[in-house]
Design a protein around this ligand. Structure first.
Ligand SMILES: [Zn+2]
Ligand SMILES: [Zn+2]
Length: 306
């Protein structure tokens, strides 16, 4: 009647036979008696998510990820659901070819070190390098194209920081995952290098924790293809976060927030030094003001005239 129940009966029979072989003692016979148990357990795993449509391992994995988004899933769980030994390759396909935003525990832990992920984002207690998390249930249909671009940049010259920047500049205004940046950079320090592009070089790279609280966790966006004016650079992430929070993520001049974002006016928020950095203005909170990029440009134009 129920597929899982039938399979369980079968498994019990196999284990009984194995038990009998154990009594007779021959090693080879015991091993051979245990072999069918593997296949049966796999079939049981498959049957758990088999809803008629999920015929392939990839489909079953996707169904499982979608059932538990933003949840840390272990590799052993995924192996059970997939029912095949090559399941990790199927997960990679979901990511690379089908654009599902799945990150590994390895990537997540590198983001935690760079303070781009926090305890509140999901339960990180048991996060292991080989765990996986689906960070967003929206599929990214341009993903396959982006992975080709990533491959070209990865193979090219330059250090990891330069490659990360090149990749972000090829995707201005688009959400790219930490997984992609890690792949392009070929360095465990990719999250740190990305942060340096923002804090030292002034590229407007935002994440949920550094700039735009409306973004899903685990993604980065280069908001505009230009660096902040030299005097607005070298602001630490901690100070940036505090300044944005203090100003409630709104332009202090016109009141623009990310709620107002639309494709015909793709604004973003920047921090402006009231007393210019070069003129001795500090990088402290008091000297920083949140402005949208349109108002920020105006302020600088007035500066030049004055
Ligand atoms: Zn404004
Ligand atoms: Zn400024």
């Amino acid at each position: 009647m129920n597929k899982t129940t039938d399979l369980l009966t079968e498994l019990r029979k196999i284990l009984e036979e194995f038990e009998q072989q154990s009594i007779s003692g021959d090693l080879r016979n015991r091993v051979i008696a245990l072999v069918p148990a593997f296949d049966t357990i796999r079939e049981i795993g498959k049957s758990l998510v088999d809803k008629g449509l999920q015929k392939s391992a990839r489909d079953r994995l996707l169904a499982y990820f979608l059932e538990y988004p933003r949840t840390v899933l272990s590799e052993k769980e995924l192996a059970v659901v997939a029912g095949i030994s090559e399941w990790a390759r199927r997960v990679r396909e979901l990511r690379v070819e089908f654009g599902w935003k799945i990150i590994t525990g390895m990537t997540a832990s590198q983001m935690i070190i760079a303070e781009e992920l926090g305890e509140s984002d999901f339960d990180l207690d048991d996060l292991a390098p080989n765990d996986y998390v689906l960070i967003d249930v929206v599929q990214d249909r341009d993903a396959a194209h982006r992975w080709n671009v990533a491959n070209e940049i990865r193979k090219g010259p330059g250090g990891s920081r330069q490659k990360i920047l090149e990749y972000l500049r090829a995707n201005v205004g688009m959400q790219v995952t930490g997984e992609e940046l890690s792949y392009v950079a070929q360095s465990t320090e990719w999250a740190r290098r990305t942060r340096e592009l923002r804090t030292e070089e002034g590229w407007p790279i935002v994440t949920r924790h550094s700039g735009n609280p409306k973004l899903p966790i685990g993604v980065y966006v280069l908001e505009d293809d230009r660096q902040a004016p030299a005097h607005d650079r070298n602001i630490s992430d901690a100070t940036r976060r505090r300044a944005l929070q203090r100003d409630k993520y709104a332009c202090r001049n016109c009141g623009w927030t990310y709620e107002d974002w639309n494709p015909s006016d793709p604004r973003f928020l920047e921090l402006h030094h009231v007393v210019h950095h070069v003129a001795g203005g500090s990088n402290e909170l008091d000297n920083l003001r949140t402005l949208c990029n349109v108002c920020h440009d105006e302020v600088h134009k007035l500066d030049k005239k004055g």
